[in-house]
Design a protein around this ligand. Structure first.
Ligand code: ADP
Length: 260
């Protein structure tokens, strides 16, 4: 599968490739006078290597979405850095970061057919150059997510699982250098979630996509990711392969209790 040409400068010597989060702090101002601000992310380091899929798992309210939104550029960092290939992305606006986003509700456009939804976002990328390159890319993406031939279907005629496949195809279509997924399967029932998490893993691997995947569902995190990070109260308390976490070796008490 083709990738658009490089975006931005190359990393300087010694810098990590891929995503690097260093000492990230995310804070929300207090909503009432006299109340304390909320620290959602409390000094977090994370490296996601190119082509790697890392899941962030943790209880509701532990700061997963805040971290993801901050990496995307939707929330400011109170302290710390987010780097891609060694380059600080703080000055880069959301739409110039080359990061894709996928949410729980795929936010598809009901007035566009499947192909129109996948083609959305190709403008300004090499794939959007002509009608032919766009059509080719859309067909390639639909094939990738197992929906070849569905281009002309109305999104409203698809099942919830199929709609999330379309959303995945749409977010991968511009070949983002990093895909950020926030609870992408949590509106689906358990059986479908299990089936689709395996599919998402296959699709991310087949497209060589680097991804950070937020979920509160243990099984989903373990089936989708190369490494799973456990976040508790704004901190990354463990980061290891699913096998290592399952073996329960050297995990601290809180992490072990959460995973149990
Ligand atoms: P998670 O994704 O793990 O459920 P969040 O990142 O959504 O966690 O939330 C982390 C903390 O930040 C929670 O205490 C939550 O109430 C708070 N929070 C999240 N978003 C906002 C916001 N926009 N304004 C104020 N507080 C927020």
């Amino acid at each position: 599968m083709g990738r658009p040409d490089e975006r931005g400068p190359s990393p300087s010597a010694g810098e990590a490739r891929g995503l690097e989060v260093r000492g990230a702090v995310v804070r929300y101002p207090s909503s009432r006078r006299g109340s304390e601000p909320t620290t959602a992310v409390a000094g977090l380091d994370l490296h996601v290597a190119p082509g790697e899929v890392v899941a962030l798992l943790g209880p509701s309210g532990c700061g997963k979405s805040s971290l993801l939104r901050t990496i995307a550029g939707l929330e400011p960092l109170a302290a710390g850095e987010v780097r891609w290939d060694g380059v600080d992305v703080a000055p880069v606006p959301v739409h110039r970061r080359g990061f894709g986003l996928m949410f729980q509700d795929g936010q598809l456009f009901g007035h566009r057919d499947v192909a129109g939804n996948v083609a959305y976002g190709l403008r300004g990328t090499p794939f959007g150059a002509t009608r032919a390159t766009r059509a080719e890319r859309v067909a390639e993406m639909l094939e990738l997510v197992g929906l070849a031939g569905y281009g002309a279907r109305a999104v409203g005629s698809l099942s919830g699982g199929q709609q999330q496949r379309v959303a995945l195809a749409r977010s991968l279509a511009p070949a983002p250098r990093l895909l950020l997924l926030d609870e992408p399967l949590s509106s689906l029932d358990r059986r479908l979630r299990e089936e689709l998490s395996v599919e998402v893993r296959r699709v991310l691997a087949a497209s060589g996509t680097t991804a950070l995947y937020v979920t509160h569902d243990h099984a989903e995190a373990f089936s989708v990711a190369d490494r799973v990070g456990v976040m508790i109260a704004g901190r990354l308390r463990a980061l290891a392969t699913p096998d290592e976490l399952a073996a329960d070796v050297a995990l601290d008490h809180d992490v072990a209790a959460f995973l149990r």
